[in-house]
Design a protein around this ligand. Structure first.
Ligand code: 6R9
Length: 627
C-alpha cells in the first residue's frame, strides 16, 4: 500500500463504512456471506459488538481446505526445533489431514461445538493442529502458555469449565526440558471435572499416565480418518478464549469470535507485513500469547503463507540462532519483540554479521514500546539498513494489529507506531475523558469498533463493560498512555494502569501481590514495575512480613521462587524489598506512585507525602532500596 492508497482507504471507511467492511469480509470463504455487517455500540444501553452477524463460515476451511487446490503442496508450517537438529515441513495438504485426524480424535472423545478445550503445549506443529482441529468442529480453544504454573493452569481450566486438556510429555526450550504433563497432573488435582488428557510425545520422557483419563495422541490417532466435515459456524460463534492480565483480579478470559477475528487477523497480516504469495514469514512469538495466535497460526494460514514455527529461544545454542534460522529457511519477513532485540544487541554486531540475512525484506516489532536505540540497531544491523521496520501496536483484546507504519505509505520514526490502520479511530483523552487535540499526551482510547475486537470476558460480560468502556463512557480504553506528535504520529508510552510488561509478557501487579500474600510469611505486598535494560520492565516487590517473621536473604530468595512457582518463571520478581510498612493514605490506599518512584530510584520526585498516614515509612523504604 502506498501513501495515496492509505489515504484513500482511510477516506473510504469514513464515507462508506458498510461498503469498506463488507469488502474486507470478501477475503474469506463463507458458507453464507453476511448481509449484516457492523452492529456495535460502546454505550451501556445498548452495549453490544457484533460483526458479520448472519454470516456462516469455518476458520479451518479458510486456513486449510480452500488452499488445497492450488497450494496443497506448498509448505504451510516450517517447524524448527529447539536444538536445530530437526526441521519439519508441513504442506497445506499434510496440515489439513493432520487437523482432520485431530478433529476426529476430539469428536471421538465427545467434544462438541461450543465445548472448551485447553491446550497446554510447546511450540510444536501439533499446537497449531490442535487449534485448527477445535475450529474445525466448533470447539473453543483456550491455549495456555507453556511457562505457566500448575496453579495458573488450574485457574484457567476452572474459569472456562474445560473438560479436556491437550498437552505434551515435556517441552524443550533452550536445551531445558519443561515438565508439561507433570504440571497438568498437578493442576488437575484442583480440576475434578476434567475427563480427558491427550498427551503428545515430544521428548518421549517417561510420564505418569492416569488410567481412564490420560491417553497418548499417537495411540488415539491410529486408524483415524484424514477427513472431517467442518462445522458451519456463525460469524459470532466463539473461536477462542485467551487469558490475559488486567489491573485487578484474576486474569480475564478474552473471547474472540469466528468471522471478525479471522477477517482482521488475515487482513492485517497481508497489509502490515505487505505479505506476498510464496514468502516465508516468521513470527517468533509463542502460540501461548495472542501474537502467536494471530501471526503464527491464523493470519498467515488464512493467507496461504508459509509460517515458521520456532520452538527455541534467541540465545541457544548460540546468540546467532535467530539469524541462522533466517538463513536456513530463507525468511523474508521477521517479526519479534523488543526484549529479544535488546538482549541480542548486548552481544554486539558480530553474531549477526556473520550470517547473511540476504532474504530479509521486512522487520517487525511487537509487545512493548521499542526504544529508539534498539530500533536503530535492529534496522541497521539485522536489516542491513535496507528493511523497513513495522512497530505494531495492539493487544490481546484487539485481536490483531491496530497501528503501525506501513511500508511505502508512512515514513518511519524509530519508537513510534505511526498511525492507526484504516478503520481504527484513536483518540487521546485527559483524566476526565475530555478529548485532546493536536500534539499532546493523554490516555489512548478507541472511539469505534473494528472486526477483530474481543467480544466479551468469558462468563462475565459485566466485567467486559466495566473494564474497558466505563472509564471513558462510550469509548474503548486501552490502558495505555500515549503521545501524539506534530505529524499526528502516535508514541505509546506504556500502561497507565497496574499492568506491567516484562519481556513482552503482560502481568497484573495484583496477581503477583496475591501470590505473595498467599505465602505464610507475608502480611502484605505491593508490586510495581521499574525500567529494566533488557526486559523493558522488571518486577519490584515491597513485602511486609508477619510480625514474628525475621527478614533474611534466604526468605527473599524463597519469595522469588514462590512467585515463580505460583504464576510462572517469567513472573519471578527481580527485587524483593522487605518493608516494615507500606505508604498508605489515611483511608488505607497504598500510594503506588511513591513506590514506583522508589523502584525507579527517582528519589527527588517522591511528591507530596504529607497526606500519608505515616510519612516515616517512606524514609525507611528509600534507605533500604533493593536492586
Ligand atoms: C500484542 C500484545 C498489550 C500491551 C499494550 C501495550 C504493549 C504492545 C506495543 C506495545 C508499544 C508496541 N504493546 N505492542 N507498546 N508499542 N508496538 O503484545 O498483546 O500481550 O495483550 O499486550 O503491550 O502496553 O497495551 P498483549
Amino acid at each position: 500500500m502506498d501513501a495515496a492508497a492509505y489515504e484513500a482507504a482511510v477516506k473510504r471507511v469514513e464515507d462508506d463504512p458498510e461498503g469498506y467492511w463488507r469488502d474486507l469480509a470478501k477475503r474469506l470463504d463463507w458458507m453464507t456471506f453476511p448481509t449484516q455487517i457492523k452492529d456495535t455500540s460502546f454505550h451501556k444501553h445498548p452495549f453490544h459488538i457484533r460483526w458479520y452477524a448472519d454470516g456462516v463460515l469455518n476458520v479451518s476451511v479458510n486456513c486449510l481446505d480452500r488452499h488445497l487446490a492450488e497450494r496443497g503442496d506448498q509448505v504451510a508450517i516450517i517447524w524448527e526445533s529447539d536444538e536445530g537438529d530437526i526441521s519439519d515441513n508441513f504442506t497445506y495438504r499434510r496440515l489439513y489431514e493432520e487437523t482432520c485426524r485431530m478433529a476426529n480424535v476430539l469428536k471421538a472423545k465427545g467434544v462438541k461445538k461450543g465445548d472448551r478445550v485447553t491446550i497446554y503445549l510447546p511450540m510444536i506443529p501439533q499446537t497449531a493442529i490442535a487449534m485448527l482441529a477445535c475450529a474445525r468442529i466448533g470447539a473453543v480453544h483456550s491455549v495456555i502458555f507453556g511457562g505457566f504454573s500448575p496453579d495458573s493452569i488450574a485457574g484457567r481450566i476452572q474459569d472456562c469449565d474445560s473438560r479436556i486438556v491437550i498437552t505434551a510429555d515435556e517441552g524443550l526450550r533452550g536445551g531445558k526440558a519443561i515438565p508439561l504433563k507433570r504440571n497438568v497432573d498437578e493442576a488437575l488435582e484442583q480440576c475434578p471435572d476434567v475427563t480427558d488428557v491427550i498427551v503428545i510425545k515430544r521428548t518421549k520422557a517417561d510420564v505418569p499416565m492416569k488410567a481412564g483419563r490420560d491417553a497418548f495422541y499417537a495411540d488415539l490417532k491410529q486408524g483415524v480418518e484424514a477427513t472431517c466435515e467442518p462445522e458451519p459456524m456463525n460469524a459470532e460463534d466463539p473461536l477462542f478464549i485467551l487469558y490475559t492480565s488486567g489491573s485487578t483480579g484474576k486474569p480475564k478470559g478474552v473471547l474472540h469470535t469466528t468471522g471478525g477475528y479471522l477477517v482482521w487477523a488475515s487482513h492485517t497480516h497481508e497489509l502490515v507485513f505487505d505479505y506476498r504469495p510464496g514468502e516465508v514469514f516468521w513470527c517468533t512469538a509463542d502460540v501461548g500469547w495472542v501474537t502467536g495466535h494471530s501471526y503464527v497460526v491464523y493470519g498467515p494460514l488464512a493467507n496461504a503463507a508459509t509460517s515458521v514455527m520456532f520452538e527455541g529461544v534467541p540465545n541457544y545454542p548460540t546468540t546467532s540462532r535467530f539469524w541462522e534460522v533466517i538463513d536456513k529457511h530463507k525468511v523474508e519477513i521477521f517479526y519479534t519483540a523488543p526484549t529479544a532485540i535488546r538482549s541480542l544487541m548486548r552481544e554486539g554486531d558480530e553474531p549477526v554479521k556473520k550470517t547473511s540475512r540476504s532474504t530479509l525484506r521486512l522487520l517487525g516489532s511487537v509487545g512493548e514500546p521499542i526504544n529508539p536505540e534498539a530500533w536503530l540497531w535492529y534496522h541497521r544491523v539485522v536489516g542491513d539498513s535496507r528493511c523497513p521496520v513495522v512497530d505494531t501496536y495492539w493487544q490481546t483484546e484487539t485481536g490483531a494489529c491496530l497501528a503501525t507504519p506501513l511500508p511505502g505509505a508512512t515514513a518511519m520514526k524509530p519508537g513510534s507506531c505511526a498511525k492507526p490502520l484504516p478503520g481504527i479511530k484513536f483518540e487521546l483523552v485527559d483524566a476526565e475523558g475530555k478529548p485532546l487535540h493536536g500534539a499532546t499526551s493523554g490516555n489512548l482510547v478507541i472511539t469505534d469498533s473494528w472486526p477483530g475486537q474481543m467480544r466479551t470476558v468469558y462468563g462475565d460480560h459485566e466485567r467486559f463493560f466495566n473494564t474497558y468502556f466505563s472509564t471513558y463512557g462510550g469509548k474503548y480504553f486501552t490502558g495505555d498512555g500515549c503521545r501524539r506528535d506534530e505529524d499526528g504520529y502516535y508514541w505509546i508510552t506504556g500502561r497507565v494502569d497496574d499492568v506491567i510488561n516484562v519481556s513482552g509478557h503482560r502481568l497484573g501487579t495484583a496477581e503477583i501481590e496475591s501470590a505473595l500474600v498467599g505465602n505464610e510469611n507475608v502480611a502484605e505486598a505491593a508490586v510495581v514495575g521499574y525500567p529494566h535494560d533488557v526486559k523493558g520492565q522488571g518486577v519490584y516487590c515491597f513485602v511486609t512480613l508477619k510480625a514474628d517473621v525475621t527478614p533474611t536473604d534466604i526468605l527473599q530468595a524463597e519469595l522469588k521462587g514462590w512467585v515463580r512457582r505460583e504464576i510462572g518463571p517469567f513472573a519471578a520478581p527481580d527485587v524483593v524489598q522487605f518493608a516494615p510498612g507500606l505508604p498508605k493514605t489515611r483511608s488505607g490506599k497504598i500510594m503506588r506512585r511513591i513506590l514506583r518512584k522508589i523502584a525507579e530510584n527517582d528519589l527527588s520526585n517522591l511528591g507530596d507525602t504529607s497526606t500519608l498516614a505515616d510519612p516515616a515509612v517512606v524514609d525507611d523504604l528509600v534507605k533500604n532500596r533493593g536492586g
